[in-house]
Design a protein around this ligand. Sequence first.
Ligand code: UD1
Length: 419
Amino acid sequence: MVRMEHLVINGGRKLSGILEIKSAKNSVLPIIACCIMSKEDILIKNSPKISDVNNMLNIIRSIGGKAKFDGNDVYINCREVNPVLVDSNLTGGIRSSIFILGPILGRFRRARISYPGGCDIGLRPIDLHISGLKTLNVDVSEQSGMIVCDGGNLSGGVVNLDFPSVGATENLMMAGVLTKGRTVIRNAAREPEIIDLQNFINFLGGNVAGAGSDTIVVNGVGKLGGGAYNPVSDRIVAGTYLAACAAAGGDVTLTNVKPNTFYSVIEKFARAGFSLKETNSSVRIIASTRPKAIRKIETQPFPGFPTDMQAQMTALLSLADGSSIMVENLFESRFKYTMQLIKMGADITVKDRVAMIKGVKELSPAVLRADDLRGGAALVIAALSAKGVSEIDGLHHIDRGYCKIEDDLKSLGADIVRK
Ligand code: UD1
């Protein structure tokens, strides 16, 4: 059998240098979907060339829209979109394909999509998206595994989310943009990417307020325009590279980052004993010591510690002087990668949603397999710290969220190649 692409990392080298961070995957994906509601040309600046973005662009193309990368900018025009064309082979591939539901309903008042796919990190239902749409008078049914929505009576209304789901908040916001009246979302998620989606919608001529708080108000407008928009930078990619430097040692400055979008992460590195320097648009980490243990970290919706940094932080704490506890509150099976860290000599015990991490002095190189996106990033961090050659398979998971991770890390002095 031919081996798929994998990473070969000769670990134990310190990282140093300056790296610019691109726009956030979790901002660019809903923004691409939102473009469905405009008939004008839109340019999304500084987008990461990752497979999740490419898949979303394929979905746009498959329904008759124009979408292409021009350098790192994405050009989109959805004038000719036909919602009947949605291809279930494409939408089944990524979780974020669910984002097209709100915009398609908003513009065409009907939608038919398959259940979305995505990372295998546990059950990821879409009941909150569906019940929210029902509250806005959308008639939702399931036909042969497809979600069929009739939005003939779509109207404003008040949706109280049982949980501040990021995706449901964004979908409902978008459903309200071209809908007469006022759509109110209570117990909304407060992630920076939601503020960014609000900014994007308003930039196109929409009328959304309140993102970043727990109540979002969307006043329907007649149409959206176009233009060039620069989405917020990727706080999770930034956090990943800070963790890589902390684990391998060194001195790294990340530019085009917004520290106020991930204070809960930056603060953990400080607690682990690293020196951090921030400006409004950069973060520098200086790592010259072994990490200190952190008694307990729990993942929470924003502004709490993000679940998307859980694996990378666990990899770092596996090297800490002392014991730490990581509690995963958002997704039920997000500790799979710990089996791979244990192969490298990490001392981690997982019970349900809790990982007990007893720090070891160093990890050993190993042949590893990424099973999901952030778990894969955690393995890269561990391999960068371990003296000797590690190999990481399952690269397609990492490529979903990191654009050529080997190039970024090579530019910081890592010995890493894709084979
Ligand atoms: C988004 C992010 C993902 C991140 C997650 C949590 C994008 C493209 N992805 O995913 O990287 O890990 O937020 O910060 O932005 N839930 C339900 N019913 C629903 C929807 C969600 O029970 O209808 C549950 C989920 O199973 C999960 C929790 O709510 O346990 C959080 O999910 P949600 O905030 O919706 O995450 P996503 O939008 O899928």
